[in-house]
Design a protein around this ligand. Structure first.
Ligand code: FRU
Length: 459
């Protein structure tokens, strides 16, 4: 993203970052007239979670992004305290943005309005105001409209909500013209208690199967699961014509096992691919306040785009193929030399590990900071880093469904996204090393079956 930004030693090259201020959720993902649009929650005025507008970048190839004028600013009675998250659809050559207007009334109570803004050129938006009233039985925590069109040209919207009994829920609405919306009730009839609020719902339809992706707040830690303050994950199931989601008999599954991942959104591009961006952060003000990039006036980034597929009862996430265009020069290929340390001459790298059969137990270290460990007996893979606030080491882990045979890591000066077993699991995280370095030290220690390791330097 570098475009004329001076962002300090943790500047990122191929991730979407804000020019300044704070970025959070990806919003309004769409390919409109052939161009990819990514909007994002943006506080232009500082590095805390206030005065959210919609930042905007566009791209022809999902890897080179060009800044656009801010798309939505909180300047109307219905969105005066923030243009919160939402989505985009194209209809009759226009781009429609649905978003939540966040308002604090004179008693400082929250009010939420689900709003529409329309654009002809994809750059300038005309606000049309609220299109949905506050439903009864719910608190004012109701936000993040995600709209899509079905094969009969009807429109559906899911909306994150909190019931009056302070449990999370998702609402579903139906429309034929994007203006008049009919409330159809809860997306799911029976839901087990899953926290106090569900943010950023998204319903993605694959051939013969749907995935309901959402970000529940308030889940309790369960072993290796749910260790971040808030989670993002999914249920698989079927979306009926009546607008109900009938979940399969699989538990809620986290989309990402790392430390920084939240509020993902998906869209389908003209090639039919389901593409996901997530926010590489989690709302935890104390931890966020200690992120070193704040000294350079910015904080947070989006994930790299991932292509989603459904296979064997779960979602598979792979880096989009366009990222291969970032590879420069000849890769380093290491076979049978895996007990050595290596200096990589660029900060941006892609690391590919392939094992002929299954991996043996190993430890892999990046920049003396991030440690990836795999135990061949248990199938558990663990990633450890130093928490920049507490200075303590901390880990996240998952036990793989099948033995490890492949890993693909995308590395930047302060980010790592590690895709495991061809996208069955992903770990996303940030890490910060005090001193400025121009090279990356990696070391690999394997107790048996050595992989082929291919390292590309990235543009
Ligand atoms: C998720 C979220 C959304 C909200 C937005 C505000 O991170 O809390 O629910 O719309 O961020 O920035």
């Amino acid at each position: 993203m570098a475009q004329n930004k001076t962002m300090g030693k943790y500047e990122l090259g191929y991730h979407i970052t804000p020019a300044k201020g704070l970025l959070n959720d990806p919003n309004g993902l769409i390919q409109f007239n052939g161009v990819y649009h990514v909007f994002y929650q943006w506080n232009q005025n500082g590095t805390t979670h206030t005065t959210k507008s919609w930042g905007h970048v566009i791209s022809d190839d999902l890897i080179h992004w060009v800044d656009q004028p801010v798309a939505l600013e909180p300047d109307q009675w219905f969105d005066k305290d923030g243009c919160y998250s939402g989505s985009a659809v194209a209809f009759e050559d226009k781009l429609y943005l649905f978003y939540t207007g966040n308002v604090r009334n004179e008693k400082n109570e929250r009010e939420s309005y689900q709003c529409l803004a329309v654009s002809k050129d994809g750059v300038h938006f005309e606000k049309k105001g609220p299109v949905i009233d506050q439903p009864s039985g719910y608190t004012a925590h109701i936000r993040d409209p995600k709209v899509w069109q079905n094969e009969n040209n009807e429109w559906w919207m899911v909306l994150g909500a909190q019931k009056e009994d302070l449990t999370g829920d998702t609402l579903i609405y139906h429309s034929t013209d994007l203006i008049d919306w009919t409330f159809k009730g809860s997306l799911m009839d029976q839901i087990e208690d899953m926290g106090f609020m569900w943010e950023c719902p998204d319903l993605t339809q694959f051939e013969g199967k749907s995935a309901f992706i959402f970000s529940p707040q308030g889940l309790t830690v369960k072993g290796d699961e749910f260790n971040n303050i808030y989670q993002s994950g999914y249920l698989t199931g079927d979306f009926t014509k009546a607008g109900k989601f009938l979940p399969d008999d699989y538990p809620f599954r986290e989309l990402d096992r790392g430390f920084e991942f939240y509020a993902p959104q998906t869209f389908q591009d003209s090639k039919g691919r389901h593409i996901l961006f997530g926010w590489m952060g989690v709302m935890e003000p104390e931890v966020e306040a200690a992120v070193p990039t704040i000294q350079d006036g910015w904080i947070h980034n989006l994930t790299i785009p991932r292509e989603l597929d459904y296979a064997n009862g779960q979602l598979i996430q792979r880096p989009v193929v366009e990222l291969e265009k970032l590879r420069q020069g000849q890769p380093q290929v290491l076979i049978g030399k895996t007990k050595e340390s290596l200096q990589l001459s660029t900060l941006q790298n892609e690391l590919l590990f392939n094992w002929k059969e299954a991996a043996g137990s190993f430890a892999f270290q990046i920049r003396n900071e991030v440690l990836v460990e795999y135990n061949q007996d248990s199938g558990r893979i663990q990633v450890t880093r130093t928490n920049w606030l507490t200075k303590k080491r901390e880990s996240r882990a998952v036990t793989l469904k099948r033995p490890l045979t492949q890993m693909q890591g995308f590395l930047e000066s302060s980010t790592l996204e590690l895709f495991i077993n061809d996208g069955e699991e992903v770990f996303s995280l940030r890490y910060f090393q005090g001193q400025e370095v121009k090279t990356v030290a990696v070391s690999f220690c394997e107790t048996g079956k050595e992989p082929e390791i291919i390292i590309y330097s990235l543009k």
